[in-house]
Design a protein around this ligand. Structure first.
Ligand SMILES: NCc1[nH]cc(CCC(=O)O)c1CC(=O)O
Length: 308
């Protein structure tokens, strides 16, 4: 049987994630080959919202799947747009890693302890808006590049603090850089944060069967709820939207919290819902509806129009 071809971006984190998937498959005797694919998000240096945002890390990899150049795309789920691509499907979501954001700084032990008017590095509207909601005095500056580059820019003194996903730092064994895990009450993560998405051609049942053992049901339901919320909000990946889905192991219920913040941090709306995990899509829609009633779509449209 020919080797399963796994497609991934070339960044260190993406390669770690592809290797992890490859190791899982090799452990059960599957022959695997890893193919690196450059995406627009890797090649272009400008701020992501100016390049167009949606799908900049995933479009070329999805094209390779559709062209039969690869069989599995390994995505960071938070970079994967929620709109379905004709001919492709999300076959599996492995057990989710750390799902929160962390503060990296030498200047304080948490967000509220940072000095007045601290310069914070982040390119994410979601992080920016939630930070400004907590601390209107912060000066938010864009930051790009892989994890090493961002940490170096912090060490070079360009910023007082930066915010990163905990999952990426853990995967690259950089946890000693974590000063503080930001509580969910202060900052909700991106939809899909900390989870991988394994995408395949819709009709490729042989690859689907090979990936099935890698699927983690609770993680899959949790991210389905988050993605349903975002899709129903029509928020786009760059809008200031946060979500946190998780399954209570005792109650066996899926809990979903959602937040939408105006780009300047002034306005914040939140909503929550819970229900049986197999109702994930409905739970996501319920939270989106509650957010919309409170004016979420106006906040998103405003953030888009002003780029703030
Ligand atoms: N936007 C880039 C990106 N995509 C996925 C991760 C981290 C890993 C994850 O959340 O799964 C990161 C880095 C970051 O936001 O700090």
């Amino acid at each position: 049987m020919p080797a399963i071809r796994i497609g991934t971006r070339g960044s260190q984190l993406a390669q770690w994630q592809a290797n992890w998937v490859a190791d899982q498959l090799r452990a059960v005797g599957t022959d695997v080959e890893i193919i690196h694919i450059a995406t627009q998000g890797d090649v272009t240096q400008g701020p992501l919202d100016l390049i167009g945002g949606r799908g900049v890390f995933t479009t070329e990899i999805q094209a390779a799947l559709l062209d039969n150049r690869i069989d599995v795309a390994v995505h960071s789920l938070k970079d994967l747009p929620t709109e379905a691509v004709v001919g492709l499907r999300l076959a599996a979501v492995p057990a989710r890693g750390a799902d929160g954001d962390v503060l990296i700084t030498s200047k304080a032990s948490d967000v509220l302890g940072l000095p007045q008017e601290s310069i914070i590095g982040t390119g994410s509207m979601r992080r920016k808006a939630q930070l400004l909601h907590l601390r209107r005095d912060f000066q938010i500056r864009d930051i790009r590049g892989n994890l090493d580059t961002r940490l170096r820019k912090l060490d070079d003194g360009l910023y007082d603090a930066i915010i990163l996903a905990e999952a990426g730092l853990r995967r690259l064994e950089l946890i000693e850089r974590i000063r503080h895990v930001i509580p969910k009450a202060q900052m909700l993560p991106a939809v899909g944060q900390g989870a991988l998405g394994l995408e395949i051609r819709e009709r490729d049942s042989a690859t689907a069967a090979m990936l099935a053992p890698l699927n983690h049901e609770d993680s899959h339901y949790s991210v389905l709820a988050e993605r349903s919320m975002l899709r129903n909000l029509r928020g786009g990946c760059l809008a200031p939207v946060g979500a946190w889905g998780r399954i209570d192991p005792i109650k066996q219920l899926l809990f979903l919290d959602g937040v939408v913040v105006s780009g300047d941090g002034h306005h914040k709306v939140t909503a929550s819902a819970c229900g049986p995990p197999n109702r994930a899509e409905d739970i996501g829609r319920q939270v989106a509806d509650q957010l919309a009633i409170q004016g979420a779509e106006r906040l998103i449209a405003f953030a888009r129009a002003t780029g703030s």
